[in-house]
Design a protein around this ligand. Sequence first.
Ligand code: 5RP
Length: 260
Amino acid sequence: MPPTQPSTEPSTEQDRAKWAAGTAAIDAYVRDGMRLGLGSGTTSHWFVRALGEAVAGGLDVVGVPTSTGTRDLALEVGVPLTTLADVERLDLTVDGADEIDREGAMIKGGGACLLWERIVADASDRMVAVVDDGKVVDVLGAFPLPVEVVPYAWESTRRSIARLLRRLGYDEPELVLRERDGEPVRTDSGNVLIDARLGAIHDPLALDGQLNWIPGVVENGLFTGIADEMVIGRADGGHEIRDVSAAPTARPATTRRGGA
Ligand code: 5RP
């Protein structure tokens, strides 16, 4: 496999750590013939760029993107694409995270792609989280938890989320509709996002397990028991790999970890 040099240079220390994680995942996990889930966000995009270089060097893989942004980048750098309509299972998904705890539970969705990311990860035999070392935390929740909701009556859905959070012990949950230029941000599925500013999430399993019961909630950004391994990149260009495959999941037996 050819060396995985970036096609553009990382511009900050954090970006270099993201580059280190994203590119390290190529040599550590990607093999000829694999069907790959391609994550979203800047760290995943370093992975996709490096993958494009490896494909140009002869690597034979096919990818399923987790966002229109990743689809566009993959096409630009020459990674062949397919869809989950045509491929039943993926060998591996490589994706980033906004926060990840030491057990591998993550907050995702800072880039508004959580629904497609969850679907692709769920269709994968293995999921590897690629993060810079600043993303690793003891307790999730400093990063606002994204919740994807259908636009219809989103205010009512937000009230239901607030009631659930209060029942779970979050006193005054601040629930903010995500906006850009004064307009609600729309996901690739046309939904809107409510960011839950919780400060600390002490029981991610309980929250992940209950949020999606609320009518109007499509998906939430707590990914518990999904990552098998995490690649933690550092600004010096090095990385560390941790096995988190034993972590528990909140989801029942229809998920891959539940052994459906
Ligand atoms: C997008 C995501 C991303 O993986 C997450 O936001 C991390 O992004 P970055 O690698 O740019 O820090 O979940 O919905």
